[in-house]
Design a protein around this ligand. Sequence first.
Ligand SMILES: Cc1cc2nc3c(=O)[nH]c(=O)nc-3n(C[C@H](O)[C@H](O)[C@H](O)COP(=O)(O)OP(=O)(O)OC[C@H]3O[C@@H](n4cnc5c(N)ncnc54)[C@H](O)[C@@H]3O)c2cc1C
Length: 453
Amino acid sequence: MIEAERVQTLNDRLPVTNGHYVLYWMQQSQRESHNPALEYAIQSANRLNQAVVVLFVLTEQYPEANERHFAFMLQGLREVAISLSKRGVPFVLRRGDAVDVVPELARKASTLVCDRGYLRHQRAWRTRIAQEVDCPVFQVEGDVVVPVDLVSDHAEYAARTIRPKILRVRDRFLRRLPRSRLKRRLDSAPMAGDLDPLDIEGTLAGLGVDRSVDRVACFKGGTTEARRRLRRFASKGLVEYAVARNDPADSRCSTLGPYLHFGQISPVEVFVRIHGTENCSLADREAFLEQLIVRRELSINFVLHQRRYDQFSAVPDWARGSLRNHEKDPRPYTYTLATLEAAETHDPYWNAAMLEMLKTGFMHNYMRMYWGKKIIEWSASPQRAYRTILRLNNKYFIDGRDPNSYASVAWLFGLHDRPWTERQVFGNIRYMNAAGLERKFDIERYVLWVQSL
Ligand SMILES: Cc1cc2nc3c(=O)[nH]c(=O)nc-3n(C[C@H](O)[C@H](O)[C@H](O)COP(=O)(O)OP(=O)(O)OC[C@H]3O[C@@H](n4cnc5c(N)ncnc54)[C@H](O)[C@@H]3O)c2cc1C
């Protein structure tokens, strides 16, 4: 059974008696396995003795998405289509806007199931679709360990305020999701798709998407690759994660960020795997679960409860006021967006971080902090820095455009943090410098590694 706290009813339509199938509109949870929305759709269909159809709507103008993101996503969707067909569930890939396409395909459905997404446009789509269709709509929350409404109904102040609320119930959700057997299997969909999920290159070539950012070879999309990384991390990276995770030159990180962002792996599956790993200390395990669950779900809490999560005004008053007081401070360097994007500043560590981002679509967490703090230092105003950081973050990171993106960028400006000693430009927000990198890590090794990419 799916935990009741994961399921919400999005409209008050009565059951449709003449529907032909249960439609699962897949959007956030882009995977066949450990997907509670899919299992919920199968269980509903079995009760009605009906088939299940899975629909994915590919929106070419998806906010801030470019070829790098689409390529990664299509690699994952190809795998979804193949895995679903083995279970007798057809996968329909349509181009367009979800608010048009989903109601059209739901016309002959008895039930519509969707997964849960937290960003503004994801919430708006679900609300609108639930109003448009004639059948009941159920939202099933599969991309957090602890269902968010169970944790808090307001914007949490910091990790220390949300942590006890999560830890109180966390282990109740430590369970593998059983797979349900579908009684009425279909070999093909009752309606046509207009894109072939198996033909990644053909699909990509035909899309009118932003081509300004190249795809990357070092991250291949899909659940199989996510699981390979999880296995490798559980057997090697987790040992000493608590102390080594901050070191960009000796990364112990899972690199699961992109896969979690696209829903290609379930955070519950990761939780179960890591919780059961015995080759590391309790401190290592808990340090990782702090990131995967507490920090990640704090970000989700932020975008859910802060209406302006993508704007400078989302930053706490104390930090905004302090930054404003220092707005006229002289900046040692100021750089244009073009210079930053070309990784041509005077700072070799920052340039290396930017190059890592350009070439791989990823960056180590500690370097993300340093990278963002320096853009604050080198921008004419905090507002401009905010826009620049968010723009670059979402353009180049495969895991960009995520709740973590918005919360982490706001963190650079004081969100979920505390006031520090006042200084030029930064006021009371936390400061970072190159001397810190040199003191703590073999940062030259990181630079050499990036140059070798
Ligand atoms: C300026 C800045 C920008 C960032 N932009 C993004 C972004 O666009 N997308 C994104 O997913 N993360 C972002 N982060 C958070 C973090 O850096 C990445 O999630 C992490 O580096 C991903 O690497 P990993 O999967 O190897 O992490 P691991 O250390 O292996 O952690 C496992 C998972 O825990 C979560 N996690 C780890 N660190 C954090 C954190 N500090 N806050 C919230 N969740 C965390 C992620 O989902 C991560 O995949 C940003 C951080 C900063 C400081």
